[in-house]
Design a protein around this ligand. Sequence first.
Ligand SMILES: *Cc1c(COP(=O)(O)O)cnc(C)c1O
Length: 338
Amino acid sequence: MPSKIDFDNLSFSIMPADTMFLGRCKAEGIWDKGAYLPYGNISISPAAGVLNYGQGLFEGMKALRTKTGKLVLFRPAENGKRLAEGAQRVCMPAFPVDKFVEVVCEMVRRNAGFVPPYGKGSLYIRPCLWGTGAVLGVSPAPEYTFMVYASPVGLYFKTGFKPIKLEITREFHRAAPKGTGGVKFIGNYGGVMLPAQKTKANGFSECIYLDAREEKYIEEVGAANFFCVKGQTLLTPKLGSILPGITRKSVMQIAREVMGLTVIEKSLPVEEALAADEVFCSGTAAVVSPIGSITHEGRETVFNDFKVGKVTQALYDHLTRIQLCEEEDRFGWVVPAA
Ligand SMILES: *Cc1c(COP(=O)(O)O)cnc(C)c1O
């Protein structure tokens, strides 16, 4: 057991948990029963579809330890469904959703010693689906691998919320209309490294991408979904070329059904977002991340004096409390892993 882990100084870097899962699918979508193996390198053909043509998807989820010591997951079947839907888009066999949830739960049990103590972080879980069979032409691989590995990560906001500074990029697009932006396709991520590097060099945390057709509407933030609050209305870009975040979906449901806000999904013009009262983004890692300012065409718009807005705070509190079993789980989102 990993007694050597310094749970007080975890960051978001890989410190692999002992056990990983590996399953293979050779033909017609029939998966073998797979195996739990010691974390380590895997052997793969140089002609693997994933290496040559990027035929791959990933997921990101986290296991938490509650105050009473239970190990829990948040909506794991949603990650399984998203992976299965993405598989269709890139011609891969789906990994069954029930089996997905079973494997993820078993990974948490087997790596329980790597789940940080209550309040110190989470066990980040990374399921992957790859075309690992050898192919020469651009076509689907003859064999697939489903892998799951995990790593403890620290709290996203160690010293409390700090509203971030973002910049709207006109230099890059993340996703094209009718492209692959709506799935957690590995090929979408290599392309956002340069924009992220450039915006960070300018002092911003991340950049906001606009729609590729008109460059008028906000799409999303790096790997997080975008929201803004105006009065009693919560607005967020509609699905299409953005990634359908599970946190996004959960935030919308809490806003509508718990907080009584009006929730609107639509093409969200930049000007409308810049005129909002509060702005934030959402994703598994940070849950909800307040945005303090957005710079667009050289002009910075500050929101709520760089302080965390009331709605943003309430959504963050409610969602994180559900995740830690400190709030009634009225939607049945929390799944015990052990
Ligand atoms: C993963 C991801 C998100 C957030 O999704 P969650 O399910 O909430 O973690 C948002 N945008 C992109 C591009 C992503 O890859």
